[in-house]
Design a protein around this ligand. Structure first.
Ligand code: HEC
Length: 123
């Protein structure tokens, strides 16, 4: 009798499935691009992490000099010393220095700090 009623809910259900599938794909695509953006490093987050973990010894901001701890080079000085590359900083941040264990940083935080420091290079 009610072929219309039979078809209609089915149609609606398929529509819902389509919407859900599309939404799921969009969510995954977005999450993915966010991961990509983060792996590339985020200088703003790098500064925040540096303020939290490095600033008691290093001057971390461009405008700041000298460092709070006179043994510590400013981040501007580090950025502008010859041979400073992402790889060199990656190596420096993988090993403890000045009694500071660098493993407390996640690889994401390291990437962010590196992008931040490299941004302090004077052209
Ligand atoms: C307890 C003080 C202290 C803290 C905290 C500290 N540093 Fe250092 N850092 C130093 C000193 C002192 C030096 C210079 C002598 C040395 O390398 O050990 C230095 C040197 C460096 C260098 C130059 C390369 C090297 O390894 O010599 C980099 C890069 C660096 N620090 C990055 C960081 C970053 C990033 C943080 C925060 C995650 C940080 N430091 C936290 C004291 C500190």
């Amino acid at each position: 009798m009610s072929s219309v009623i039979d078809i209609h809910p089915h149609h609606a259900a398929m529509k819902l499935v389509n919407v859900l599938v599309t939404a799921t794909i969009l969510v995954f695509a977005q999450a993915n691009s966010r991961v990509w953006a983060q792996e590339a490093g985020n200088a703003t987050e790098g500064l925040a992490t540096a303020e939290a973990f490095c600033s008691q010894c290093h001057a971390v901001r461009k405008s700041e000099s000298p460092s709070p701890n006179s043994q510590s080079p400013t981040f501007v000085a580090i950025a502008n010393s010859p041979g400073v590359t992402a790889a060199a900083l990656q190596a420096a941040l993988a090993t403890p220095h000045a009694g500071m264990p660098m493993f407390i940083l996640t690889s994401q935080q390291r990437a962010n700090i590196i992008i931040y420091i490299l941004g302090l290079k004077q052209q």
